[in-house]
Design a protein around this ligand. Structure first.
Ligand code: PLP
Length: 401
């Protein structure tokens, strides 16, 4: 089936121009199968899971747990109970920063992140470090947006308790050498959390092959619904970590004297989850499997190369993030113009891009810029759309000079 025709939202006009959606790093559009899964859940299945004896509750529970196994196989986890459903990457990282921190972080300890993290892989660690008297250390990157692995090795020491880095930078598109980072960290006995928010829709991820201890991602950035995400955690670590939130479902027994906790993964899933969104995530995984991750990666690589070459024909356009290994993200500025002005003008051509610091202020500080314009591509984008972006920028650039 034609890929693009599965995305009804793309078939519309904005200001009487065909919509060109290049804000995929913020959120991807959803195929009809995902939208149908959400509708069908509310039309035919809505009920609370795990607690009911009636048919709907049993069926919804079954489908919810089937999705857990689909995620397990999608990312190659050893056990399905290593898959915890969350609201998204942000909640997954907060869960680990809080719970791992409560168990393993003490006064004088250190946590390593990189200078190209999204704020959601910085601030939760800052909060946890503050709480426990630990210090955050930062891996720098060079002008191309490549992490300095030698600097990382010097940061790693016997006070390091965890390393938390992204698989792919949402602003620079850099694919980080996470296998190497994991290897180096493990040699020092340090666990690693990978923020996979920007990798999961672009490449095959196998958590056992990578050997990471935690891997986090969001459904809405992989053609799935908003409101659902995943934390993969290695069983041994999840077992040792205390609950993140208290409430229904996460307990075994409650008395006023003492509460005992449920087994994995339920210990980390307090309260009613977003069941419909979880089932929508299953449909998104089915969409990605049916399309094929190799097909997705090769379409996006071709679009990225084409766009990089096309955009370089625009006078005074500078690209930020020129690492040799990149996904389909292009951040740029034109001359001295402000990114908001470029984004606002592009919108008038029906072209959706993101502007600003993209929740990565330390990257902007590193380059001494207020923000960038970011065009990011997904499997349904086309070269004709990139031509439309290039033509619009050619019109806009002289206005901004
Ligand atoms: N990490 C990265 C690299 C991201 O790009 C994003 C979102 O843009 C996040 C984390 C946060 O994801 P969410 O807002 O879905 O929790």
């Amino acid at each position: 089936m034609n890929i693009r025709s599965q995305f009804p939202i793309l078939d519309q006009k904005i200001y009487n121009k065909p919509l060109v959606y290049f804000d995929n790093a913020a959120t991807t559009q959803k195929p009809k199968s995902v939208i149908d899964a959400l509708c069908n859940y509310y039309l035919t299945l809505n009920s609370n899971i795990h607690r009911g004896t009636h048919h709907l509750a049993a069926e919804a529970t079954d489908r919810y747990e089937q999705t857990r196994r689909a995620v397990q196989s999608f990312i190659g986890a050893r056990h399905s109970h290593e898959i915890v459903f969350t609201r998204g990457t942000t909640e997954s990282i907060n869960l680990v920063a809080s719970s791992f921190g409560n168990r393993f972080l003490h006064q004088g300890d250190e946590v390593i992140v990189s200078a190209m993290e999204h704020h959601s892989n910085i601030v939760p660690w800052q909060l946890s470090c503050e709480r426990h008297g630990a210090t955050l250390r930062v891996i720098p990157f060079n002008d191309d947006g490549v992490l300095d692995i030698e600097a990382f090795k010097t940061l790693l020491n016997d006070k390091t308790r965890i390393v938390a880095v992204n698989h792919v930078s949402n602003t620079l598109g850099t694919i980080n050498p996470i296998a190497e980072i994991i290897n180096i960290s493990h040699q020092a006995g340090v666990p690693v959390l990978i923020d996979g928010a920007q990798a999961i829709s672009h490449m095959a991820v196998d958590v056992q092959q990578l050997g990471c201890d935690f891997y986090c991602f969001s459904g809405h950035k992989m053609y799935g619904p908003m409101g659902v995400g995943v934390l993969y955690g290695r069983e041994e670590l999840l077992e040792e970590m205390p609950p993140y939130q208290g409430g229904g479902e996460m307990i075994k027994d409650v008395t006023f004297e003492k509460t005992t906790y449920n087994e994995l993964p339920f210990k980390f899933e307090a309260g009613t989850p977003s069941v419909g969104d979880v089932l929508g995530l299953h449909a998104a995984i089915d969409f990605m499997n049916a399309t094929g991750i190799e097909t997705i990666a090769s379409i996006e690589a071709e679009l990225t190369q084409y766009a990089t070459e096309s955009l370089q024909t625009i006078e005074n356009l500078r690209i930020y993030g020129t690492a040799p290994q990149k996904t389909s993200v292009i951040s740029f500025l034109i001359g001295e113009s402000h990114p908001y002005d470029v984004g606002t003008l592009l919108d008038k051509f029906g072209i959706a891009v993101r502007t600003g610091h993209h929740c990565t202020q330390p990257i902007m500080d590193r380059f001494g810029i207020p923000g960038t314009v970011r065009a990011s591509f997904a499997v349904y984008n086309t070269k004709e759309e990139i031509d439309a972006l290039t033509a619009a920028l050619q019109r806009i650039a002289p206005m901004l000079a």
